[in-house]
Design a binder for this molecule. Structure first.
Ligand SMILES: [Zn+2]
Length: 276
């Protein structure tokens, strides 16, 4: 298979971005493929006393490059705004290195890694990522994705106790900046309104679509994360525009953290132990 991008170059760019803001970048595991071995990385940045626990992930689907590109800009933004943020960021910059290189949704072996969580015999990449998440839960789980069929952006949001809503503010900021929002009543087979997929009433881990294995966000929900946001930038638009749209949402996410919107409630602190 023909490589379209270089994972090692991407990691170099992440390393440079992490160094310049004082974030750590560590290798959490290595896996083998017929064309060689690959490492998976994690970044960490603690701002203030780190009371809002945030997990940011991207690069799960290799044909969605706006996520990793936006994250590089996002790291610079984190560095600029660190004094106003009271948050502990754990960042997964690329969970699917071979998909990234091959410009494939799946990994080198044809597996959709976002259906490999909480599953026997899971892909090596996800065994590494899942074990690194053991015992951790988050106040906010933020995943950057793309939808290659779309011309407008949409978001998925699920909050354990009904709030604080952030997706509506992201959509409003996109509209204010003149970017297109996907207006369908059904997105990806689920009811939607104003560019936001509405969660169904049942727990997501009971959704039959994921009987074989869970997506990362739903795995983290099952493990106790309080709030999920997934951004889906429209793959039919030029890459530069998609990165800008991701950044509009990323900045709104930072705004909500700066306001302390995801601070854990005192009552939760005993039940949400984090061994990180
Ligand atoms: Zn995706």
């Amino acid at each position: 298979m023909q490589k379209k991008r270089s994972y090692s170059e991407l990691v170099q760019r992440y390393r440079h971005a992490a160094d310049s803001i004082g974030a750590s970048l560590t290798t959490i595991g290595e896996f083998q493929t017929p064309s060689g071995s690959y490492e998976i990385h994690q970044m960490r940045l603690v701002c203030g006393d780190g009371r809002q626990r945030v997990c940011i992930s991207t690069g799960m689907h290799g044909n969605e490059p706006a996520g990793p590109e936006a994250l590089i800009e996002g790291l610079a933004e984190l560095g600029r705004r660190r004094d106003e943020l009271n948050a502990d960021f754990l960042i997964y910059p690329c969970d699917n290195p071979t998909g990234y290189e091959l410009d494939l949704r799946e990994n080198w072996a044809g597996l959709d890694l976002n259906r490999e969580f909480a599953r026997e015999g899971q892909a090596d990449e996800i065994a590494i990522v899942e074990s690194s998440l053991a015992g951790k839960c988050f106040d906010l789980t933020y995943d950057l994705h793309e939808d290659y069929e779309m011309r407008g952006m949409y978001l998925y949001e699920r909050a354990r106790d009904g709030g604080p809503p952030a997706a509506e503010s992201m959509i409003a900021a996109l509209r204010a900046a003149g970017y297109p929002v996907h207006e369908g009543d059904i997105i990806d087979g689920r009811p939607a309104s104003g560019g936001i997929i509405l969660p169904s009433g049942r727990p997501p881990e009971e959704d039959g679509r994921f009987a074989a294995g869970l997506p990362k966000a739903l795995y983290m929900w099952r493990e106790g994360s309080r709030h999920l946001i997934t951004t889906e930038s429209p793959g039919l638009l030029p890459l530069g525009e998609r990165v800008e749209m991701q950044m509009v949402c990323f900045n709104v996410m930072l705004d909500t953290l700066a306001r302390g919107c995801f601070l854990p409630k005192e009552a939760d602190s005993d039940t949400q132990k984090d061994t990180r």
